[in-house]
Design a protein around this ligand. Structure first.
Ligand SMILES: O=C[C@H](O)[C@H](O)[C@H](O)COP(=O)(O)O
Length: 299
């Protein structure tokens, strides 16, 4: 029987929105890609008055989606200082057992990370193909947004970090398939480098069970790899969303997190499976500083 991927995305989106859309949000983050379209539909189908909510897009496509749905877009840099986004929804390219994600398959990731990390709650929605126990299981590369002038040196540094596919291919610039000759440009006018690494990436749980990450031998733990790539001069954003989330983010003196608190997957049999983020010991990759407590406002 042919599996209807679109139905799987739609079902996951409906469940995620039903369970997480807050009663009276002021700001809602809207991610990018094909699955987020169903999230916006599901939000509309709630039948609530959405006219006073600002929807924060994560790029051009996302903004058009918000506008075409008749919702009110508010750019990230127009958010009042110190205000948080109440919730952000987004898609993912691959999700592991700890809800670390690979994102950027559609060349959006920098603004997605900005929005996720400014949100009290970040929820991912995907279909069953994205559900894996470890990252780099099916999805072949880590997307990385880089400043064009630095692209060659970033790729050279990635090779030093062991970026290589099983067939021996190293990091490469993502090219426009048909409509554009040369590298594609992101919403920031940057390039995307796709960097394969030995598969799969270890989780913090693997380390606690005694596995040893040995980058020199080509085995990386998720957060360690994300941090090393982020440290390369010229890298704007790494398509690994990991680190503290939920209560553990608060404990680490950050609000928001790049790792979702929950992920919803539309399954092959039509059901929806949800995973909640486990608490884990972690090193902090990138954080959003804890804000001064604010006097609550009327929405
Ligand atoms: O660059 C694109 C974004 O990170 C997307 O959220 C991600 O690629 C998932 O996209 P889709 O919902 O189309 O699978």
């Amino acid at each position: 029987m042919a599996v209807d991927i679109e139905a799987a995305k739609r079902a996951a989106a409906q469940e995620a929105v039903k369970n997480h859309f807050p009663d009276n949000p002021r700001f809602v983050g809207i991610g990018s890609g094909t699955t987020i379209v169903y999230v916006v539909q599901a939000i509309k189908e709630l039948g609530k008055d959405l006219s006073r909510i600002g929807f924060v897009p994560t790029g051009y496509q996302s903004k058009q989606l918000v506008i075409n749905a008749g919702l009110l877009p508010i750019e990230f840099d127009a958010l009042p200082d110190g205000d948080m986004i109440d919730i952000a929804f987004d898609g993912a390219d691959e999700v592991d057992e700890e809800l670390n994600c690979i994102k950027g398959g559609g060349a959006c990731l920098y603004q997605e990370k900005l929005v996720a990390m400014r949100s009290r709650e970040f929820v991912c929605v995907a279909d069953y193909r994205k559900l894996q126990s470890r990252l780099l299981t099916k999805w072949p590369t880590i997307p990385i947004e880089v400043e064009p002038k630095a692209a060659r040196q970033v790729m050279s540094r990635l090779r030093v970090l062991g970026s290589k596919s099983p067939a021996g291919k190293g990091p490469f610039l993502r090219e426009g398939a048909i409509l554009k000759a040369g590298p594609i440009k992101t919403d920031q006018d940057f390039f995307i480098v796709d960097a394969p690494f030995p598969q799969p990436l270890l989780t913090s749980d693997d380390l606690e069970r005694g596995a040893v990450a040995n980058p020199l031998a080509g085995s990386w733990e998720v957060e360690e790899l994300a941090r090393e790539i982020k440290n390369i001069n010229g890298v704007l954003a790494v398509g690994i969303f990991c680190g503290p989330t939920g209560p553990e983010a608060k404990a680490a003196a950050v609000i928001g997190g790049q790792r979702p608190v929950a992920c919803y997957f539309g399954m092959e049999d039509g059901s929806v499976m949800s995973r909640q983020a486990p608490q884990k010991r972690h090193s902090i990759v990138e954080t959003y500083p804890l804000l001064e407590p604010k006097i609550s406002k009327e929405h």
